[in-house]
Design a binder for this molecule. Structure first.
Ligand code: SAM
Length: 282
């Protein structure tokens, strides 16, 4: 455990390993345990008990699995660009066409580690890993522009990544991606400012450093103001219900559930100028 931002990648892989081993798993990732390693377990054990539940990550992973599979098999995209990809192993566990390109970017230490663990694993499509500091505007733009030059229709995935960035960085990234016509779809989640306030309390108490920074007050309109159109906005609570998770939260009163509904939302944004299709459920 290093106490740096990349600890979160190990933690998430560990949650995915636990989920994969459950009899009713909604995500099965046979590489998650090796990727999480001992570091994933240690990060989890360093968290307050209330934060040790893995279901929010299982639900989030499954929601993005479904979004990606729909877009890929619907022929909408020819590449996936995963920014802050961490230890995600989707190209090794999802049924993807061989012709799809999967491009991952993360900090050099994570990329080196992942290349080592997955060296003999076989992906279903082509995979490229890029060691890059995405907070560095020049390096980030160079990557986004190259991927947009090499592919016509890109699905951008920022799973668990935006929350760790300053708002001005997310804002710049939203504009950069919007300026590249190849960036067709963008999957991302937002948390509400109330979650950020709670996370700050936790940080202050030094019980856990989840390093949450981005929680736009205007919600999904943050992206609308930057030229992105929401195709779907899914509440984590509704998705948990769909996937039979978080049953203890679902037992709350309607008022309690309404308060929770917007705590975290999964977005699928599109940059086309066609008619908006806004779904609140699948
Ligand atoms: C919460 S993890 C999410 C990982 C992965 N997307 C997943 O859901 O399993 C956040 C990831 O963002 C990466 N990250 C944070 N800041 C970064 C930066 N400036 N440049 C590149 N990657 C960064 C971390 O190394 C980590 O892998």
């Amino acid at each position: 455990v290093t106490g740096d931002i990349s600890d979160t990648a190990f933690l998430i892989a560990y949650y995915r390993a636990l989920e994969s081993e459950a009899p009713d798993a909604i995500v099965r990732d046979c590489h998650a345990r090796a990727l999480a390693g001992e570091r994933g377990r240690l990060v989890l054990e360093g968290l307050p008990i209330a934060m040790r539940q893995g279901w929010p990550i299982a639900v989030r992973t499954r929601v993005y699995d479904d979004m990606i599979l729909r877009a890929v098999h619907g022929g909408e995209v020819d590449a996936v660009l995963s920014l802050g990809a961490g230890l995600d192993a989707r190209p090794y566990r999802l049924d993807l066409p061989e012709a799809l390109s999967w491009v991952e970017a993360d900090l050099p230490a994570i990329i080196d580690y992942k290349n080592g663990v997955l060296s003999s694993a076989v992906p279903s499509c082509s995979v490229e890993r890029c060691a890059v500091d995405l907070a560095d505007v020049t390096a980030r733009r160079a990557l986004l522009e190259r991927v947009a030059r090499e592919h016509d229709r890109v699905f951008v995935l920022t799973e668990g990544f935006l929350g760790h960035l300053d708002e001005h960085v997310v804002s710049a990234m939203a504009a950069e991606l919007r300026s590249l016509p190849a960036s067709r779809l963008w999957a991302a989640e937002i948390v509400s400012p109330s979650v950020l306030a709670q996370a700050r309390v936790v940080d202050t108490l030094r019980e856990a450093k989840i390093g949450l920074k981005f929680a736009p007050a205007q919600g999904v309109d943050f992206f609308v103001e930057r030229g992105w159109r929401p195709r779907c906005v899914l509440s984590f609570l509704d998705e948990a219900r769909r996937l039979w998770r978080a049953t203890e939260l679902l037992a709350g009163t309607p008022e309690q559930q309404n308060a929770l509904r917007n705590a975290s939302e999964y977005l699928l944004l599109e940059s086309t100028d066609g008619d908006a299709v806004r779904e609140r459920s699948w």
